[in-house]
Design a protein around this ligand. Structure first.
Ligand code: MG
Length: 292
């Protein structure tokens, strides 16, 4: 007998704003075929805008294998595209971008959501009454919090909180954090740039996600609230709703990140990567972003 399984169905809305301080919007976002992307570019002149746009279109265009690893490979190909673009234009030298993405994928457990992250844009999940940050920030202060050298509170006021330890556009062998989580009907995901969560705390973010049913309205309200709260940076939000999913989807949990280095075919656990990262990434590739 064949019982007809409900298919996962996603609905989404996105919004972005330049904010109150910056002259241009170097954030970008995009969506296509159950794939959602947010990027926050950095680099002088038009570099940041070009890097984030190149990264978003790069991932959307390269996602041809609907699995967690396929998503990491798409991020890797977007990284190669950003590097190639910078190499061909002296005005774009040194540009880089964060990137976070969420996609519906196939796995041994059926349809799942894959999440990928490089940098300090974030993916949150709101479900069962709780807002949880799924991604880990690749920033100097976040590394110091994870290693126990700074408290969250100290990190939020740290003068070097803009230093990133990983970004697209820096080097060819890019480690990409990835997760695979169950798609549960009624769950809501938020992809956003730091301009959102630096202005709004978790309660303010969750409040909007609870109050606004429509994902387009929820994204627009989050961005508007962040601008009203100060708008010190560009602000971008993409809200993705799991509108339908198989009723037998497993309970939601956040597994440890798997760190893919697609260019070298390496997969490591986040714990193994952390030791490596704190030696290699934190200071070699750390760089200052313009801003606050
Ligand atoms: Mg930003």
């Amino acid at each position: 007998m064949s019982r007809r399984r409900a298919r996962t169905r996603l609905a989404h809305g996105g919004a972005t704003a330049v904010g109150c301080v910056r002259a241009s919007n170097q954030d970008d976002h995009g969506a296509g075929d159950d794939l959602f992307v947010v990027a926050d570019g950095m680099g002088g002149h038009r570099g940041g805008e070009v890097a984030s746009a190149e990264a978003v279109t790069g991932v959307l265009g390269a996602f041809d294998q609907r699995t967690r690893i396929g998503l990491a490979r798409a991020v890797d190909r977007a990284n190669q595209a950003v590097l190639a673009r910078a190499a061909g234009d002296p005005d774009l030298f040194g540009m880089g971008t964060t990137l976070c993405a969420l996609a519906l994928v196939r796995s041994e457990d059926g349809e799942m959501l894959a999440i990928a992250n490089v940098g300090d844009s974030r993916v949150y999940r709101y479900g069962d009454g709780h807002l949880v940050q799924v991604t880990d920030d690749h920033s100097l202060v976040a590394e110091l919090v994870r290693s126990g050298e700074l408290t969250e509170d100290e990190a939020s006021r740290h003068p070097q909180r803009n230093i990133l330890t990983r970004a697209l556009g820096i080097e060819a062998a890019l480690p990409v954090d990835t997760w695979e989580v169950p798609a549960r009907a009624g769950d809501r995901y938020l992809l956003c740039s730091d301009g959102l969560f630096n202005e709004l705390d978790d309660d303010a973010i969750a409040g909007v996600l609870v109050a606004e049913d429509d994902p387009e309205l929820a994204a627009a309200t989050l961005v508007r609230n962040a601008v009203t709260a100060g708008g010190h940076d560009n602000v971008t939000a993409v809200v993705v709703d799991v509108a339908a999913a198989p009723a037998d989807a497993p309970d939601w949990q956040r597994p440890e990140a798997l760190v893919e280095v697609p260019s070298s075919g390496v997969t490591r656990s986040a714990r193994a990567a952390l030791a490596d990262r704190s030696r290699r990434w934190a200071f070699t590739f750390g760089r200052r972003r313009s801003g606050r």
